[in-house]
Design a protein around this ligand. Sequence first.
Ligand code: HEM
Length: 494
Amino acid sequence: MELSALSEGLQALPLSLQLASGAAVIFLSLLILRVLSNAFPGAAPPVDEGLPFVGGLIKFSKGPLPLMTEMYAKHGEAFTIPLLHKKMTFLLGPHVSPHFFNATDDKMSQTEVYNFNVPTFGYGVVYDVDQRVRSEQFRFVADALRTAKLRTYVPAFKMEADDYFSKWGEEGVVDFMQAFSDLIILTASRTLLGREIRESMFKEVADLYHDLDDGMRPISVLFPYLPTEFHRRRDVAREALRGIFKKVIKARRDSGVKEDDILQVLIDSRYRNVYSGRATTDDEIAGLLIALLFAGQHTSSVTSSWTGYRMLSNPKWFAAAQEEQRRVVREHGDKLDMDVLNGMDTLHLNIQEALRMNPPLIMVMRLAKESFPVTTSQGRTYVVPKGHIVAASPTFSHRLPHVFKQPDEYQPDRFLPPREEDKPLPFSYLGFGGGRHGCMGQNFAYLQIKTIWSVLLRNFEFELLDPVPEPNYTSMVIMPKACRVRYRRKKLVA
Ligand code: HEM
């Protein structure tokens, strides 16, 4: 009786009011459903949204680190933040991480979460192809980065570093981040893109790379094709780079001359299980070169910079690295090859600890294609639902005090016996990720950073003019803010 009176009352309203009341009823129902499903996640990790529908975005807008800090304090190692119609589950720390890193791509997929890279890397490669093709393309990359090849890249690292630092004066002020970015694009050009580009097209390629890089901003993760000026310049730069790379590839194929660089390995690669076993196309090679530039450029220059800042603000460790160089010079003279670099344990520990404190990648992500259970350090089991975006965080996990003692202190010996804090649980140390998609360039990166710092330690002394910089969390790759360092040329006496 009351319902029919209500219905008659509604029908008496003008059509616009009827529609508005209908929309309000639908919205209220959705709101109630959303609040209820957030409040009772069942076996899934706790959901924290606050204001329904937009609360997650508001939390996220403060930055992922404040968000993780607040949510971890509230919910522990596993929790979910709704982002509009998507849900993002954070898994923080080694106890909840094995499935994230070990699962096959059909269970934990990268394609959907990393395909914002497609307009940067280009089409037909990496996140624009299905997983079978991608794994073959990554096999080509793995070939280019295997030990025997790495050995041949070290002279190029050394040559570029010697040349670059020879242009510094007797004394001056530099910003490590700026200097190492400039140097590493030179070494990357030589080892990755090849002699031809390094020697005759470097400036043009570096400028185009700059535009491509500038076109990848935090907003590009959500809207990679947003019609903005920086995306337009990105697209122009990608096409221009592709054109240059393709010319070089053609000239090299025509000449029949083989070089010792990553470009050559990619030119000589053939698919095995897809594309009827054909060779790589020039377009694919160009795309893979761009992807590798992106994987290695900022990550390596950021880590080289933090290694410097951390050693300089911990004089005991700077002195230990100098002492190691004295020993190495006594034993090997000026020779700096892969074996000599691999013997620099103290420098290695410094880089590893700098990367623990300041990893350039704040989050790595996957899409859960199937639900999976995780068990926290407290023994609580949750089931992460299929369809959630799942995130792990090197930045946050590296500061967990139950994994790394006094995590805010620079203690490179935490990786040595008897402490070996990264060892008891896999995925404690995530500087290079881990598991199925761990960094392919890890050894390349260590060799490159060790070469740079060997040349610096042997030829200069330094003084930090500013406090150790804060990380800039607004960039895609987390970089140190500006910091002035005074250098003075001084030969290390062995
Ligand atoms: C200090 C320098 C570097 C750091 C900190 C670093 C870090 C990482 C991390 C954390 C991942 C895992 C991403 C994920 O799980 O989603 C990764 C993947 C990767 N890195 Fe690096 N990286 C560095 C240098 C390099 C260099 C120099 C190269 C190549 C020359 C490279 C090539 C790759 C590739 C190809 C992958 C993808 C592996 C896969 O998905 O199977 N990286 N890197």
